[in-house]
Design a protein around this ligand. Structure first.
Ligand code: LLP
Length: 440
């Protein structure tokens, strides 16, 4: 799978995104702008879904919308028949505004408030992924008071953590999420809720990490969760019907990354779960997964305008763009690596080693350290690839920078789906000490 990063260039020597000239897109919509190739999003969604369908395996593919949440992306996922993983009142509200089918919404989070849980009951969402004992009690109380059914999964920490190419099994996992599978917590939670008149325990959930490039970690996790489900079936006469293995499927940020195709992850999961179920004569559960990054990550490209440069002889050559850690915190936060090209000079030789800096007042605001680019000048357009996940979603107004616009490209058409923030937006909630305001 070590093919090179895929991008195309037109006759003007400009980068194209989903067939449209990136330089023109920058002109039309301004910069910074995050441009999504929606055809690629749909292709990924279908690959995940179709692999289950082809093998006749009951499944739900839920888009982990923390990767990028907006009405329009929820509409795309709805059209593709996906389910939706939300983690807050805000994401749930956005889903409702997008008229996402409520029965396909799954609610995650390690500290859901009572108000958020009430919202989940009011909208009659499909499933709450219960994370801890406090929440379990709240869900039970609400279900009993309202005499309302609610399906749940128990999120557990199986003691397996995957890191890109490896996974590790840890005895006691230090995580803020979920019930520990190995120290009796998961069993205690099970006893509190199994056979409840309103709360239907569907099964177990785990999420073993992000940007994972192999399948063994998922298989090991499936094994542990299934064993627990079998155990409850034998000892407690309770059959769980759903096994949710979370997300974490890796994508290519740079040419060093070699992710597996979506179908490979799914095929290996299915194979393992079929084998484990038949070995123990346990009824094959439905398999649920929650891809985020792998649905939207490499479908997104951020276009910036290059401004100032600073050359420190024998040390470093900085080129600065009109965004930075405010629209992509990942390099500063996780030392994440990205690849980029100068969108209006695609055929020029990349013979300069530079560091791409943002415009925030912080030395650590570097988007890419040490990348070879052609010589550039102010006004050139820099395209940073694979920014579609956890970029806009984690954007801030640091230094009172306005959040970029988001544009979807599909079938040769570009459409704004999130407007660029305006300066007025920045002070929308500010109140002056001196003006008499009617308080909202
Ligand atoms: N399901 C659960 C329960 C999760 O916690 C996550 C991600 C996902 C699914 C989706 O994972 P994905 O397929 O996108 O890897 N901000 C970090 C990533 C944090 C991921 C948190 N949970 C980043 O920028 O890399």
């Amino acid at each position: 799978m070590n093919d090179t990063l895929h991008y195309t260039t037109n006759q003007q020597g400009h980068l194209t995104i989903a067939g449209l000239d990136a330089v023109q897109l920058a002109k039309d919509f301004g910069t910074p702008v995050v441009v999504y190739d929606i055809g690629l999003v749909r292709e990924r969604a279908r690959k995940f879904k179709d692999t289950f369908t082809k093998q006749n395996v009951k499944a739900q593919v839920a888009y982990a919308s923390k990767a990028f949440s907006s009405i329009a992306i929820y509409e795309v996922m709805k059209e593709e028949g996906l389910s939706l993983d939300v983690v807050s009142a805000g994401e749930l509200y956005t889903a409702i505004q997008a008229q996402f089918p409520v029965e396909k919404i799954h609610f995650h989070g390690n500290n859901k408030s009572l108000e958020e849980l009430i919202m989940a009951f009011d909208y009659k969402i499909g499933c709450i992924v219960v994370d801890n004992f406090y929440e379990l009690e709240l869900v039970k109380q609400l279900a009993e008071e309202r005499k309302q059914d609610m399906a749940i999964l128990l999120r557990v920490t199986p003691g397996i953590e995957a890191h890109t190419h490896t996974y590790i099994t840890t005895g006691q996992q230090d995580s803020k999420f979920g019930f520990d599978l190995n120290n009796g917590q998961a069993d205690d939670a099970f006893k509190l809720v199994a056979h409840h008149p309103y709360v239907q325990l569907l099964g177990l959930h785990c999420h073993i990490g992000s940007q994972i490039f192999e399948t063994q970690g998922f298989v090991a996790a499936a094994e542990k969760l299934l064993m627990k489900m079998q155990n409850w079936s034998e000892l407690q006469n309770y059959t769980c019907t759903v096994l949710n293995l979370g997300g974490g499927f890796g994508i290519r940020y740079t040419e060093e990354d070699s992710p597996l195709p979506p179908e490979k992850y799914v095929e290996e999961m299915i194979k393992a779960i079929q084998r484990l179920s038949s070995e123990s004569a346990y009824q094959m559960p439905e398999i649920w997964i929650e891809p985020g990054r792998s649905l939207v990550g490499d479908a997104g490209t951020t276009l910036y305008t290059i401004g100032s440069q600073k050359v420190i002889p024998d040390t470093r050559h900085y080129i600065a763009v009109d965004g930075g850690m405010s629209d992509n915190i990942r390099p500063a936060l996780y030392q994440a690596r990205y690849d980029a090209r100068v969108a209006n000079r695609m055929n020029a030789e990349a013979d300069q080693l530079v560091t791409v800096a943002g415009k925030c007042c912080e030395s650590g605001d570097k988007l890419i350290e040490d990348i070879s680019l052609p010589p550039v000048e102010a006004g050139d357009i820099l395209a940073v690839f694979a920014t579609g996940a956890y970029g806009y979603a984690m954007a801030s107004n640091y230094n009172r920078l306005t959040r970029p616009a988001v544009v979807f490209v599909e079938d040769g058409q570009a459409q704004v789906v999130i407007r660029r923030e305006s300066l007025a937006d920045l002070i929308r909630n500010d109140l002056s000490l001196y003006k008499e305001e009617s308080q909202g």
